[in-house]
Design a protein around this ligand. Structure first.
Ligand code: SAH
Ligand code: AVI
Length: 372
């Protein structure tokens, strides 16, 4: 599953002082960071060729999509961002004290706004900081990295533009005594249970014993509150959902007529997930020339563009504990394998229990030695 990679030390004119340039490195995966490793757009072909139709949520995030997501975070109905921010404001220093000097790797970093609370906490207790943002949306990643370098004079950044999987597999060893992988904003909820299980295994693989994982997750609550958060009165979430079609048009030479689709979102109580759909307003055919794909829609047929799962903390901690990975280590004449697992250490929530943070540590479970 290798994607082509190139690494650049940013020559951006925006980064005129050499000091900033020397503190920023960007690794970009393939020419199309949102492609699957095997074939660009294969996931689009697969999703639109089945019934019911689906599209991967990562296609929300071109430059306009990332800007629309930033607007969502400010909406009165969209409580997750401000609630998670409040939890981090209260507990970031506790997290920094637990981990000690730690490189921060952030999955789906976006604007890195909440990350500043963690960076501040490390700075406040006099610890060095290294930051590795990972995001498919290259524009917002690079822009945020430049702002961070200006605001944090001792910070070094190595950004990865690409999917979580590609970046995790290519991460350089930690620059500091430990590392914490952060996955904030409840983006974990955009993975279905199988993807989530697979993802936890990949994270455990990427972490060394002693390193940390910080998860921010949205918790179960009233249907009314959840549905309001994904059907905002200003229509920003609708614009965000519909923007995926513009993005596909531009990326894959498509001819989606955006006005022929409508935003829909609702809470699926059985699966504890918000579902966002785009509903075809009439029978129509859409072509994506770059993928050699023609897709027929019936009137009222939908494309599911996102699930956003809402978690129960106890169930999530149980799932985390059940992940284990084997790390092979050769020693002397024999081979030793270390079993690694994710151990939840602490959880923090807000007074309403709307959102939770879970800090886990990758720990060694047992050792088995083979050979002589
Ligand atoms: N962490 C930020 C942003 C969340 S939005 C916050 O909490 O506010 C989700 C982010 O994940 C977006 O910036 C999007 O571009 C990125 N993203 C989505 N799917 C991705 C994938 N498969 N690989 C890498 N980044 C992804
Ligand atoms: C990024 N992700 C966690 C957001 C969510 O709430 O699932 C994306 C989003 N979709 C609609 N509004 C926000």
């Amino acid at each position: 599953m290798l994607e082509s990679v190139h690494t650049e030390t940013q020559p951006l004119s925006a980064l005129s002082p050499t000091d900033l340039q020397s503190r920023l490195q960007i690794t970009q995966f393939a020419s199309d960071p949102s492609s699957t490793a095997t074939q660009p757009g294969l996931d689009v072909i697969q999703g639109l060729s089945k019934t019911p139709k689906t599209l991967p949520a990562k296609y929300f995030y071109d430059d306009p999509g990332s800007q629309l997501f930033e607007k969502i975070c400010e909406l009165p109905e969209y409580y997750p961002t401000r609630t998670e921010t409040a939890i981090l404001q209260a507990y970031a220093s506790e997290i920094a004290t637990i981990t000690g000097p730690s490189e921060l790797v952030e999955l789906g970093s976006g604007s890195s706004t909440k990350t500043r609370l963690l960076l501040d906490a490390y700075v406040d207790i006099g610890l060095a900081s290294w930051y590795c943002p990972i995001d498919v949306s290259g524009g917002i990643l690079k822009q945020s990295a430049i702002h961070l370098l200006k605001d944090y004079p001792t910070l070094n950044i190595h950004g990865y533009v690409g999917t979580y999987e590609a970046a995790l597999a290519a991460l350089s060893p930690s620059q500091l005594p430990t590392r914490m992988i952060c996955f904030l904003g409840s983006t974990l909820g955009n993975l279905n249970p199988q993807e989530c299980e697979h993802f936890f295994a990949e994270l455990t693989q990427a972490l060394q014993p002693g390193e940390y994982l910080l998860l921010g997750v949205d918790l179960q609550k009233s249907v009314q509150q959840l549905e309001a958060a994904y059907n905002d009165s200003q229509g920003v979430t609708a614009a965000f959902n519909l923007n995926m079609l513009q993005h596909l048009n531009q990326r894959f030479q498509g001819d989606f007529q955006v006005e022929n689709f409508q935003h829909q979102s609702f809470y699926n109580r059985d699966k504890h997930q918000i579902e966002m759909h785009l509903v075809s307003q009439k029978a129509q055919q859409v072509n994506l020339a770059a993928l050699d794909l023609a897709v027929k829609f019936e009137q009222a047929e939908t494309i599911r563009t996102e699930i956003s799962r809402k978690f129960d903390l106890e169930t999530l901690k149980h799932q985390l504990r059940s992940v284990s990975q084997t790390l092979a280590v050769s020693s002397g004449g024999g081979a030793t394998s270390i079993q690694k697992e994710l151990t939840p250490l602490r959880t923090w929530t807000d007074a309403n229990q709307w959102f939770g943070l879970v800090l886990c540590q990758c720990q060694e479970k047992a050792q088995m030695t083979q050979g002589n």
